[in-house]
Design a protein around this ligand. Structure first.
Ligand SMILES: O=P(O)(O)OC[C@H]1O[C@](O)(CO)[C@@H](O)[C@@H]1O
Length: 455
């Protein structure tokens, strides 16, 4: 076994080091999370898809019609091929079917530097996005399975598993009114909701074991960057001469999405915002990310629940949607592209312009964070503004549980302290960051130039 591993590593130029400072995060560095994910976790995810499709073939045929049988078999074959290419570090391929975003992707792939066009040679973010994009393209290019989502069941189960917790939260907040303390609390609640994708199934998860409020208390010390006060201040001083819009760049479906509804509800109730716009994924993404289908499904499910508060709040949210106070943004393939946010202005200028309409953009979760500052090994204490590389369409708020080895904006020495406690703290899912940058905050372009072009 160890020989096969060595052979793979030497054949593919894998370096037995950590990711060097100020370089793109990549599976070419063996002592990185990226290597672990591409070498073991993603192949396992693909194997699970193959198994699920095979085991549930008859049920799927029941749902999608007899003609889907041969198409399911084809999808299984293509996912197996993808798994093989990943395991052999094969090259990325151009997209050539019915994918609406194929030009966006193909141009990106064509412009990759020499040696960057393979799973282990490429930046981690690009390789992971490529796998998830490929997976969907197999469905898009069928006649019968275009609307199938490999992970719909998982997402739906995640909501069901948290219905009790959701009712407890809604019961608890129904009469609290509006104040800075309530907003502070809801921002924290929302932050820790981003923990649920990796913990949802474990009864160990403190949200379920101890309840959501105790969970917040227990984890308070694990918020390692906390710009809550600036966020509250920015919301309270918004210019109301025009309707105030807050954009949510959503992450996971299920519990986390409901916490997005709750925060959005509060912003409207407190008159801190007049409208909330939700940006969802145009295609199923990174397993549990929310699509528009998940969004609507979730609201309908909540409305049907026995829990009185859940039902009541869901009715209000559906009304908000009817009245345009909640809006589902036009699906945009930028969110499921490998491009970092700092490239949005060039690649998707319309989307960038649209975001400038917002007073604040709330960017949720780990994967969006990776796109926000890039899969780049910044120093942990590098300033947030430097790492945004000019991406500043509006005030930016990021709520993220740290799940990968990428971070910035920590106070000096903090990272070193955490490493002493747990060398792999960034992978533990136990720490959260609440980051904020005011629009038009002067960017340190010289520092940035030094970092990007050290010579
Ligand atoms: O749902 P989130 O917070 O975006 O987390 C997804 C993250 O999880 C990972 O799969 C790591 O566990 C990353 O690849 C990805 O960034």
């Amino acid at each position: 076994m160890s020989c096969i591993v060595c052979e793979f590593d030497s054949k593919n130029g894998i370096l037995n080091t950590k990711t060097p400072r100020h370089s793109l995060v990549s599976a070419r560095y063996k002592q990185s999370f990226a290597y672990f994910v591409l070498r073991y976790r993603l192949p396992q995810n693909l194997a699970e898809i193959i198994l699920n499709l095979t085991e549930n073939m008859n049920a799927l045929v029941g749902q999608y019609g007899e003609e889907s049988r041969s198409e399911i078999a084809k999808v299984v074959y293509r996912v197996s091929q993808l798994k093989c290419r990943l395991e052999r570090n094969g090259p990325f391929h151009q997209f050539s079917g019915a994918e609406l975003d194929k030009d966006l992707w193909n141009e990106f792939l064509l412009n990759l530097d020499e040696g960057q066009s393979t799973f282990f040679g490429s930046c981690f973010l690009y390789a992971e996005c490529y796998v998830f994009r490929r997976l969907v393209c197999y469905l898009e290019n069928t006649e019968t399975l275009k609307t199938f989502d490999y992970y719909a069941n998982k997402k739906q189960k995640s909501l069901i598993a948290f219905l009790g917790t959701i009712e407890i939260i809604l019961f608890g907040i129904r009469t609290v009114g509006t104040s800075d303390d309530v907003l502070r609390f809801l921002l924290r609640l929302n932050l820790w909701g981003n923990q649920c994708d990796i913990s949802a199934d474990t009864e160990k998860y403190t949200v379920k074991r101890k309840g959501p409020f105790e969970h917040l208390r227990a984890y308070e010390k694990n918020i390692i960057i906390d710009s809550t006060s600036s966020i509250i201040n920015s919301l309270k001083t918004a210019d109301h001469s025009n309707p105030v819009l807050v954009d949510f760049i959503c992450d996971n479906s299920g519990y986390e999405l409901v916490l997005d509804f709750i925060l959005a509800h509060y912003l409207l109730e407190a008159k801190l915002a007049d409208k909330i716009r939700f940006h969802l994924k145009a295609i199923p993404w990174f397993v549990t990310d929310a699509t528009a289908t998940d969004f609507h499904w979730t609201l309908q499910q909540l409305r049907k629940q026995n829990g009185r508060c859940t039902q009541e709040f869901a009715k209000i949210w559906l009304l908000n949607l009817n009245e345009g106070k909640f809006e589902v943004a036009e699906p945009d393939y930028f969110w499921t592209s490998p491009y970092e946010f700092y490239r949005m202005r060039d690649v998707r200028p319309d989307l960038y312009k649209k975001l400038t309409e917002a007073h604040m953009i709330i960017i949720k979760g780990d994967c969006n964070y990776r796109k926000l500052i890039g899969d780049f090994r910044w120093d942990a204490s590098e300033s947030f503004i430097t790492c945004l590389r000019g991406f500043q369409p509006a005030n930016i708020c990021s709520l993220r549980i740290v799940k990968t080895e990428i971070i910035c904006g920590m106070s000096p020495g903090k990272n070193e302290d955490l490493i002493k406690k747990n060398n792999e703290w960034m992978l533990s899912g136990e720490y959260g960051t609440i980051q904020f940058i005011e629009n038009n905050y002067c960017s340190c372009s010289e520092t940035l130039r030094d970092i990007m072009n050290p010579n």
